[in-house]
Design a binder for this molecule. Structure first.
Ligand code: ATP
Length: 306
């Protein structure tokens, strides 16, 4: 049985249909990524799973139980809007929140100290939350979510506001939780985080689940129709290529999706005639490419997909 089962849920706010007939399953012991641009419906779906919002129709179960205040206690949930008491001290607050989740004072203190240490934040124990930067208070919120050691975690945009070092630290901890057998669902619009972490994904666009399943299977299904090229010299040849789509493009690098009728050898010939090519490799498409192929270029604001 899947840990979370979402069956044909719908949710509207006035004329906006935020979630439309969405279904997906989150298997036990996996990291599941809810992915999609701003406004795609991820937070609405997460709030329904956490019983903060009620779906207009459809159903959601956690470990086979229809969502309710009872299932809320099974989840370590980090909402998008972070809610910590600004005047309270970090240590005091983490201990208080862990006790609310059922830990004894001694257990709460022990786990608080352990996690502050893991996040290199032991010195913050006596600081007020209001004194912390956005990224720092985000880490405290994360600790508050995981400290009572539930089996299921739901994080809404956990990486927003974190610098690369702290993102990496968080990523390692999420993977560690999965390796301990916990189930993790998180939302993001950052494709590379999903590529690096997720076992399963569900892609949202305009309130609909447009692609879902095991990430490896999805990538294999899309085939190795993509070329990664590294070169030195004039990059203008990239604009001359026909029947391709260039997704990631930076100085001396491009990811080129080969569309119907284009031959990879032609791309290589064109590249060599304009630049010094160091690497030309056929690869599986990136998630950005998969997303664009699935929803169509017209439906994507590239600035919303990192
Ligand atoms: N309480 C609300 N009242 C009215 N409209 C809402 C409400 N919550 C969400 N919406 C609308 O529903 C749609 C989906 O929003 P949602 O927050 O679920 O998207 P999201 O994928 O989480 O986006 P983001 O990545 O920006 O957080 C948007 O059009 C949003 O404006």
């Amino acid at each position: 049985m899947a840990v979370i089962e979402v069956n044909n849920i719908n949710k509207s706010f006035g004329d906006t249909q935020a979630v439309q007939d969405v279904s997906f399953e989150v298997p036990k012991g996996r990291i599941f990524g809810l992915l999609g641009p701003n406004g795609a419906g991820k937070t609405t779906a997460i709030r329904i799973i956490n019983h903060i919002l009620i779906a207009d129709s459809g159903s959601v179960t956690i470990n086979g139980i229809e969502v309710s205040s009872e299932t809320q206690n099974m989840i370590g949930y980090m909402p998008e809007e972070r809610g910590l008491y600004k005047k309270m001290k970090v240590g005091e607050q983490l201990i208080y929140l862990a006790q609310l989740k059922g830990l004894s004072h001694a257990q709460a203190k022990e786990t608080t100290k352990y996690w502050l240490d893991r996040f290199n934040a032991t010195d913050w124990y006596n600081k007020e939350i209001g004194e912390l930067s956005k990224g720092m208070s985000q880490k405290i919120q994360f600790i508050a979510t995981i400290a009572h050691d539930p089996d299921l975690y739901i994080f809404d945009e956990p990486f927003s506001g974190l610098d690369p070092i702290n993102s990496e630290m968080l990523k390692e901890i999420v993977i560690e939780l999965r390796d301990e057998g916990k189930t993790v669902l998180f939302s993001t619009h950052r494709m590379e985080q999903v590529e690096q972490m997720c076992d399963e994904i569900c892609l949202f666009n305009n309130g609909k689940a447009v692609l879902k399943g095991n990430l490896r299977d999805i990538k294999q299904k899309f085939g190795k129709n993509t070329v990664e090229i590294e070169f030195e010299g004039d990059h203008n040849f990239l604009d001359k290529l026909k029947n391709v789509r260039i997704n990631n493009r930076s100085t001396g690098f491009a990811e080129i999706r080969v569309l119907d009728g284009q031959d990879m050898q032609n791309i290589l010939k064109t590249a060599i005639s304009h630049a010094e090519v160091y690497k030309f490799e056929r690869v599986e498409p990136s998630l950005t490419e998969i997303f664009i192929s699935t929803v169509g270029e017209d439906n994507v604001n590239p600035n919303e997909l990192a």
